[in-house]
Design a protein around this ligand. Structure first.
Ligand SMILES: Cc1cc2nc3c(=O)[nH]c(=O)nc-3n(C[C@H](O)[C@H](O)[C@H](O)COP(=O)(O)O)c2cc1C
Length: 529
């Protein structure tokens, strides 16, 4: 086993929560000292985007057939909508003197470690260069002006993470959460693009070093602990015919371009240090790689009964803080639709270029026509035998649906166990169902340690789909990053690291907290939504 693989596995093991102890985190938190959620670069020219909040025609159900949605022209308005619907503010919440922003993409602890860049390869609706998106102001800060001009007429979106922003609250486990959030961000980007009739192509071949060069993350413009780690570049295909991207020329443009601005300090006092996060980040950094062709093959999924517009569903997405534990069972058709939507080769996963490595183990509590108990959804036919071999021998593996590969494993009331396993959180038991996302883990990491991140991204992508599907079914979801890793494995009979649970999720009927006031997302800019 090479050193990087060892470092990644050791990080994963030491950041497991267990019934006896939580992973290492800060002993106390000073909320006054929370890192600024909104990064800004001083000294850049600002491009103000048109006021957000426009309603677009496509219904949420239309997103199943993205080819039927007419592509909108690439201009400042539509690029702004892409950024808003993926990463913009969705509301402000207020309780007494406290006020906090929510965004279209969720984030563990609402800390938002993900930063977003737009790259315009040529002068078009915006001057060529690299821009940083400030969701609070719905504006772009021009970080770099390219000298050369490329023929490419599409835009790129670059994503990075400020690990420390997350570690401030969650300590050593924070690196995992940054990766989950990145997966959610990819999902959010895909839904936003599809609503505009565009698609997202992951330029997954790129090395982290090259991403850093393009986004200017390797520059001396950041306070030391507040630097950004490169994650991924996505190409937004806004037209059916696209030209091949000249990566070398693009990087040369960034390197010979004129850079502006310095990152403002995130203000917080750096009291705790978490060196294992830097260690795992280095060990899991990605070289340039060859990747399978991007294919946009899509399977027809069970039809959504949602009649709302896509923009409505995207903007209303929230995490439930509490569920109605006395809800009547959710409809079976909605449950099957939600699971069908997270299968690979569906529209929501068109950007994912690899065979699925994440499979679901579901605690059904309240679903019409299904016995409460444990169920499994292998997301890949080839995984079925692996999952059967690595879990309890007395699971019965009876297929319960023709439309999706859902298998019944065990009947019984799992509410208490689901709650205990998810760090005693009632959201895992008062819901209609909760689930663990189990990864094909050991062999994947041994083959390439940087794939550790990709496994979490896949989980985040599934989570984002479930969030939106839950809203579409009149329910609500919540991501669950806090769970007792090895207790989950024990319950399922998983004995080694071939399989590991990497994320939990729950869906049910939400209870609103009436004490909280909801304010419009962009009221501070004069908007009404
Ligand atoms: C990766 C991830 C892990 C999360 N873990 C939990 C959790 O363990 N418990 C919980 O109540 N909420 C959890 N959440 C929900 C966040 O707290 C929520 O997304 C955040 O407060 C922003 O609120 P919003 O989703 O309503 O926009 C998680 C969200 C994400 C994306």
């Amino acid at each position: 086993m090479n050193k990087q693989t060892e470092t990644v596995l050791s990080y994963h093991n030491r950041t497991k929560h267990s019934l006896e102890r939580y992973a290492k985190g800060p002993e106390s938190i000073d909320w006054e000292d929370q890192p600024d959620q909104f990064r800004r670069f001083s000294g850049c020219e600002i491009v103000t985007l048109p006021l957000p909040g426009a309603e677009l025609e496509p219904s949420f159900a239309d997103l199943d057939k993205p080819e039927t949605i007419p592509a909108r022209p690439l201009n400042l308005m539509n690029a702004g909508l892409l950024l808003e619907l993926a990463f913009g503010l969705s509301a402000w919440k207020q309780y007494g003197p406290s006020r906090w922003a929510l965004r279209c993409n969720p984030s563990s602890g609402n800390l938002h470690p993900t930063e977003v860049y737009l790259i315009s390869p040529r002068d078009s609706f915006i001057k060529s260069g690299v821009y940083h998106y400030v969701s609070h102001d719905h504006s772009l800060e021009q970080r770099c002006r390219f000298e050369g001009i490329l023929p490419d007429s599409d835009i790129l979106i670059g994503l990075s993470s400020i690990h420390w922003r997350e570690a401030w609250k969650y300590g050593e486990r924070a690196y995992r959460y940054c990766q989950h959030d990145l997966g959610h961000a990819l999902g959010a980007l895909r839904y936003a693009a599809a609503t505009l009739g565009w698609s997202v192509e992951l330029l997954a071949e790129w090395s982290d070093d090259d991403i850093a060069k393009l986004l200017g993350l390797d520059r001396d413009d950041f306070k030391k602990q507040e630097h950004e780690s490169p994650d991924i570049i996505c190409r937004i295909n806004t037209q059916s015919e696209t030209m091949p991207l000249d990566i070398k020329a693009l990087l040369e443009n960034a390197q010979s371009g004129t850079w502006f601005g310095k990152a403002d300090s995130l203000r917080a006092y750096h009291m705790y240090k978490w060196p294992v996060i830097d260690e795992v980040s280095i060990a899991a950094s990605k070289p340039q790689t060859e990747e399978p062709e991007w294919q946009t093959v899509q399977q027809q999924v069970i039809q959504s009964s949602c009649t709302k517009s896509a923009t409505q569903i995207i903007r209303q997405r929230r995490s439930a803080q509490q569920f109605d534990g006395k809800m009547s069972p959710m409809q079976q058709t909605d449950f099957y639709r939600m699971l069908a939507a997270v299968m690979p080769a569906t529209a929501a996963f068109e950007l994912w270029r690899w065979p699925p490595k994440i499979h679901l183990f579901i605690f059904v509590h309240r679903v019409e026509g299904l016995a409460p108990g444990i169920y499994a959804l292998p997301r890949d036919h080839d995984a079925l035998a692996k999952l059967q071999a690595a879990t309890l021998a007395d699971f019965d593996w009876q297929k319960v649906s023709k439309a999706i590969p859902l298998y019944h494993l065990y009947s019984g009331d799992c509410r208490q166990i689901a709650k205990t396993l998810s760090c005693h959180q009632p959201i895992a038991s008062d819901s209609a169902f909760s689930l663990g996302m189990v990864a094909e883990f050991g062999e994947t990491i041994e083959a390439a340690p940087w794939q550790y991140r990709r496994l979490f991204w896949e989980c985040g992508l599934i989570g984002q789909t479930l969030y939106l599907e839950a809203e579409a079914a009149g329910l609500r979801g919540t991501g669950i990053g806090c769970y007792f890793d090895d207790s989950v494995h024990e319950l399922l009979g998983i004995k080694d690291d071939k399989l590991q649970s990497l994320y939990h999720f729950t869906v049910g009927k939400p209870l609103e907290d009436k004490r909280l006031e909801t304010l419009p997302a962009y009221g501070h800019l004069g908007g009404v939504v």
